[in-house]
Design a protein around this ligand. Structure first.
Ligand code: HDE
Length: 710
């Protein structure tokens, strides 16, 4: 494809008004133009007929029966009755945003994909993040894997990298996927629990599927409770192929690395956030983009060849295994930026259809069995969900490059090509469209032979070595969280035999882990260890890349400070804290006993964003309480304020206080900043406005582990 092909750019003028955005987005995507209501428009039916009365149904007499003749009423109710479509069978709850992907380093040495031939090339992107198990209305902070699905609208068609925030999966074969999903979803007889893995069916299945143990280490880690979509990694999981113009293949694994760093919440925070704001993750993404703080990820690739694959301890086709970054380093080749919220959640986030089979020339599949199963499932599921084969015409799904094919008709067809030629070859439309061997996608001609049999390769048999490697790669704090998570989940399992069967797998990962979980569960005896098919390797070295704490943010950028203020708050301190947070790239949320706001010592009125009851400290990365003596006494009498303080302390938040507000935090915190009980770590008593800068520097760390015993 020539280099002067127009580069596709996302709509830039997103701030210019809702009508414009909607029209541009629809037009750009080749779809119909939607009409946004404006004040000078009149109401019509879907057929365009003006409506005379939208309050009263046509009746025979003022108290008489409704008349069938009222076509406006019937159309309205008919359409309403059919508003819902089936939710996704997994990943039902999700949130999407638009942006772009830009190549920062060419990959022309390994792939013929047009996108990667030149640094600086940019294509529009749509990303949908999701939880897996919960239904569409479930809460965001479920302990769960997060989907990280990326659609790149390239000039050679849509390329979907349908990944997760965890680089491995529970199972090795697609035939087990329905069993896995059934086991984690609500139990079929009772219809609960919702969006939780902490129940008998899930752990029963896991206890009988040792191949899931590596993934279990990840899902019991803090990876499964991210602080926000913006602070998590994404992974393509499978090994794919890149293929160059000469037909040479290189294996590749895809990684999305957040430029914001990695950050997760504590389980106690997750539980409370779910109550305080079940939309925490979607609100976070929406607000960040709306405020112009666009989240960014680097696309990094791990490239390797057959020699490496042959030497590697594990099978590169096995989706329950990673390739450590220390073995195959990451090469950063691009940047993903999310800079535009959807105009309409249903039209875009709900109707977007990702399919693993959507690849472009220069990219190809491998024989990873799970990937091959997925290639069937995604196309199939869209048919059910979106109602017919023409879902590719929905604007968010439509390619942004020219399309020429002979598909026709079907439900909801909106393309009506003219002319007589609807088959190929034909002699009507001279010259095209025709398949082009040089331009089109060509499968890598891997020689394949072997008897047809239902079997699993021996090279897939080691289920524990990498689970152990993951565990030993964690800091002590993170290892403790894995223990706590296993104990929590298994304590919700009612059947003792299931608890024991799970614990029986753990000595194959780490003896101390097994012992701690057994103790946490109050098991009388340690169950006999499960006998592995292949002895676990104990010599795999730890990998620093696997820890969140070792890869946390290095500043307060993109994070939020919650400031509780009362009447009598000092102007200087408040202003200093707000501007220091802004300088650090963070956001401030002002909280007060009443949402109307407070009056400062200087007599200024400051409106609040939240009333304290609706803004518990779990919603913020760091907190401050600024009050005078009277305000501190008022807060001390409020249950919500006491909980705010107690949680901020318990969760290791960095805390800034006016001297008077220190009383709210009682015990170890003294107004003069002395720390007899050692509980003052991470707590700043602000005396001077310049203390705010020092506080914000501290806040750059993840949280104050020192105070909470990390
Ligand atoms: Fe999916 N998965 N999956 N999955 N998956 C779906 O497709 C499936 C797997 C992932 O935001 C479904 O459109 C099978 C791995 C994401 O719209 C469905 C297997 C990974 C999303 C489906 C897997 C994923 C889905 C449901 C095992 C990480 C959400 C709705 C063979 C690499 C996409 C839909 C979105 C969604 C099938 C395993 C990621 C049913 C059969 C491994 C991020 O087709």
């Amino acid at each position: 494809m020539p280099d002067d092909t127009p580069v596709f750019r996302p709509t830039a003028d997103t701030q210019s008004g809702r009508d414009t955005i909607t029209r541009k987005a629809r037009q750009g995507a080749g779809g119909e133009i939607h009409q946004s209501p404006a004040s000078d428009q009149y109401l019509t039916t879907a057929q365009g007929a003006p409506v005379s009365d939208n309050q009263n149904t046509l009746r025979a007499g003022p108290r008489g029966p409704a008349l069938m003749e009222d076509f406006a009423m019937r159309e309205k109710i008919f359409h309403f009755d059919h508003e819902r479509i089936p939710e996704r069978v997994v990943h039902a709850r999700g949130y999407g945003a638009h942006g772009y992907f830009e190549v920062t380093d060419t990959l022309s040495d390994v792939t013929s994909a047009h996108l990667f031939q030149k640094a600086g090339r940019r294509v529009p992107a749509f990303v949908r993040f999701s939880t897996v198990a919960g239904n569409k209305g479930s809460m965001d902070l479920a302990r769960d894997v997060r989907g990280f699905a990326v659609k790149l609208y390239t000039e050679e068609g849509n390329w979907d990298i349908v990944g997760n925030n965890i680089p491995v999966f529970f199972i090795q074969d697609p035939i087990k996927f329905p069993d896995l999903v059934h086991s984690v979803k609500e139990e079929p007889d009772r219809g609960f629990p919702q969006a939780q893995s902490a129940h008998d069916n899930f752990w029963d299945f896991i206890s009988l599927m040792p191949e899931s143990l590596h993934m279990i280490m990840w899902t019991m880690s803090d990876r499964a409770i991210p602080r926000s979509f913006r602070f998590m990694e994404g992974f393509g999981v499978h090994s794919f192929r890149l293929v160059d113009a000469g037909g040479r293949s290189t294996y590749v694994k895809f990684h999305w690395k957040p430029r914001q760093g990695l950050q997760s919440v504590l389980w106690d925070e997750a539980v409370k956030i779910n109550g305080a704001d079940p939309d925490f993750h979607r609100r976070d993404l929406w607000s960040a983009i709306e405020s112009g703080d666009f989240p960014e990820w680097d696309l990094a690739v791990q490239l390797f060849d057959d020699d490496f694959a042959d030497r590697f301890d594990f099978d590169i086709l096995d989706p329950t295994k990673i390739i450590p970054e220390e073995d195959v380093p990451l090469r950063v080749v691009g940047k993903l930026v999310l800079n535009r919220n959807v105009d309409n959640f249903f039209a875009e986030t709900e109707q977007v259809a990702f399919c693993t089979q959507n690849i472009v020339p220069g990219v190809d599949f491998t024989n990873d069995p799970l990937l091959q199963g997925r290639n069937f499932s995604y196309l199939d599921t869209q048919l059910k969900r979106l109602g017919g084969p023409n879902f590719t015409q929905i604007p968010v799904n439509a390619p942004r490059c020219p399309m020429h094919h002979f598909h026709q008709d079907g439900h909801m067809q909106t393309r009506g090509p003219s002319g007589r030629a609807n088959y190929e070859p034909n002699s009507w439309a001279k010259g095209g469209p025709r398949a082009d061997h040089n331009r089109g996608h060509r499968a890598f001609p891997e020689p394949v032979e072997g008897p047809k049999r239902k079997l699993r390769a021996d090279s897939f048999a080691d289920h524990y070595s990498q689970a152990r490697q993951f565990y030993i790669s964690q800091t002590t704090i993170e290892q403790d969280h894995i223990v706590d998570a296993l104990v929590f989940e298994l304590s919700k399992v009612e059947t003792l035999a299931i608890r024991e069967r799970v614990v029986a797998h753990l000595p194959n990962i780490d003896e101390a882990l097994a012992q701690k979980v057994a103790t946490g569960l109050g098991l009388k005896d340690m169950p006999a260890p499960h006998k592995p098919a292949v002895a676990p390797k104990t010599d795999l070295p730890p990998s620093a890349a696997l820890s969140i704490i070792r890869n946390g943010p290095d500043s307060f950028r993109g994070r939020t400070l919650g400031i509780v203020m009362t009447d009598g708050v000092g102007d200087d301190l408040l202003d200093a804290l707000i501007s220091a947070t802004g300088d650090a790239g963070g956001t401030v949320v002002l909280i007060a006993p009443a949402v109307g706001g407070v009056t400062t010592t200087g007599g200024k009125h400051v409106a609040a964003n939240q009333k304290i009851d609706g803004a518990p400290s779990v919603l913020f990365d760091a907190v401050a309480v600024l009050a005078d003596d009277k305000g501190a006494a008022l807060l001390a009498g409020m249950h919500s304020a006491r909980c705010f303080a107690a949680d901020a302390l318990a969760h290791g938040k960095f805390i800034a206080l006016s001297a008077e507000a220190a009383t709210l935090f009682n015990a170890g915190v003294n107004a003069d900043g002395t720390d007899e009980a050692g509980q003052n770590a991470g707590i700043h008593i602000l005396s001077e406005p310049q203390d705010a800068q020092v506080f914000l520097q501290d806040c750059g760390a993840l949280r104050c582990w020192e105070r909470i015993g990390g």
